[in-house]
Write a protein that binds this ligand. Structure first.
Ligand SMILES: [Zn+2]
Length: 431
């Protein structure tokens, strides 16, 4: 019966859509709508439930709230709350609900409005359902995510962030672009009139909530009249390693980042003859480079590798050591906290810990140690190798893969310097 009624509602809706206001007097239209509403509300699905089956109460976790208090306020007895907590504790830690996060109660459509489900949203994408409708159970799920590919063409007036901001685009796009070209183009020295194009993917949650840029598929930079192509390519499907290569399959990266942290200053350089007043001006070689940064700043692996040490000593404090290949290792000292363990595979740029001042140190910094063939050297004096070239067996695949993308890229018009004003806003297009 219900299904049939719903069918009528749909037919109503369709006929409303087809007959425009011009054909029908306004009065009549409203009557139709009223009838449709009386027959059945349209189904609204969220969190995998038909919300029409419940009274929906939405709120956010307030200061002093606990899972128990929220349910108690909504007429669930203590023994039931205890049972729910017990039965779901392997899948949901109720102590982890945080102030300010949204939650939804799905309640029975009766006079008591007894809650049947508690849904907690730790972030925009995930939600935890604690279902105590029949059998008590909890699970974490994700909202549907939609990706939309977009193209953009821009021209540098002062810097890339400004150009993108002027067009209402995310700064993240600027960061990602400067990341891709970190070793090929000096973004602090872009020329006015440099032009660039980018094909990227925007991410939306539940079709509507903008959730940022997922990835850059390809980029093109015309810097000093020289073109620089960059295509994203997954070189290791197991570890999900992606990298950028140019139209000839050459890497755009060096093997190592210049620094493991966004630092304020270099407080002490690699110096085998350093003399310290603290030690009566005797030579205490400093075999690291100290990057001063605030406590809690993320420390990243400067290159891909495998964690060989993650531990604590009185001198080093919390530290991590990574082996990158037969020749190179890096080590990061005085961390507040470590994020990786021995055996972990880390990619360049992955967070491995946070700046602290554990061990022998007088201020928060990362002491970055760079090993070449088992000997500590000054990374700034090294001619660092280019990142791993694409492997021979992947190269043909890569060239095949980028063919249509390059055609797509070349078809995006470059902005002309003199048409700057009028075209700036025209080219962003979704499809
Ligand atoms: Zn140091």
């Amino acid at each position: 019966m219900r299904r049939l009624v719903k069918g009528c509602a749909i037919i109503f809706a369709v006929s409303l859509g087809l007959t425009s206001c011009k054909d029908k007097p306004k009065q009549e239209l409203e009557t139709d709508l009223a009838i449709a509403e009386n027959i059945a509300e349209p189904d609204v699905y969220e969190f995998g439930f038909n919300l029409n089956d419940f009274i929906v109460k939405r709120d956010t976790v307030k200061s002093g709230d606990s899972f128990g208090q929220i349910l108690e306020r909504n007429n669930i007895g203590f023994s039931k709350i205890y049972k729910i907590a017990e039965k779901t504790r392997d899948s949901f830690d109720i102590r982890k609900i945080q102030i300010g996060k949204p939650y939804t109660l799905l309640c029975a459509k009766d006079s008591l409005e007894t809650p049947k489900c508690f849904i907690y949203q730790p972030n925009k994408e995930e939600y935890v359902v604690v279902n105590f409708q029949d059998s008590i159970h909890a699970y974490t799920s994700r909202k549907p995510i939609k990706y939309v590919e977009k193209e953009y063409s821009g021209i540098i007036k002062s810097n890339i962030s400004q150009t993108l901001a002027d067009d209402g685009l995310s700064l993240i796009l600027a960061y990602k672009m400067s990341d891709i070209y970190a070793w090929t183009i000096d973004f602090t020295r872009l020329q006015k009139g440099d032009r660039f194009k980018v094909i990227y993917t925007d991410k939306y949650i539940d079709d509507t909530i903008y959730a940022g840029i997922e990835k850059i598929k390809a980029a093109y930079f015309l810097h000093n009249t020289e073109p620089f192509y960059a295509f994203e390519y997954e070189t290791d499907t197991v570890n999900g390693t992606v990298d950028f290569y140019n139209e000839e399959a050459k890497t755009l990266r060096r093997a190592f980042l210049k620094a493991p942290v966004e630092y304020k200053r270099i407080s002490s350089r690699f110096n085998l003859n350093r003399k310290l007043a603290l030690y009566g001006n005797r030579v205490r070689a400093h075999k690291g480079t100290d990057f001063a940064a605030s406590i809690g700043t993320p420390i990243v692996a400067t290159a891909n590798g495998v964690v060989t040490k993650s531990s604590y000593t009185g001198g080093n404090g919390n530290y991590v050591k990574i082996r990158h290949n037969k020749v190179y290792e890096t080590q990061y000292l005085h961390m507040q906290k470590r994020k990786v363990k021995v055996g972990d595979f880390v990619k360049q740029g992955d967070v491995i810990g946070w700046v602290g001042m554990t061990g022998h140190t007088t201020g928060p910094h990362v002491c970055y140690r760079f090993w070449k063939n088992g000997v500590q050297v000054d990374p700034f004096k090294q001619k660092l190798p280019a990142a791993e070239p694409i492997s021979e067996d992947l190269k043909d695949n890569y060239l095949q893969y980028i063919k249509p993308i390059k055609i797509q890229m070349d078809a995006i018009p470059l902005l002309e310097g003199n048409k700057l004003e009028e075209e700036q806003n025209l080219i962003t297009q979704a499809y």
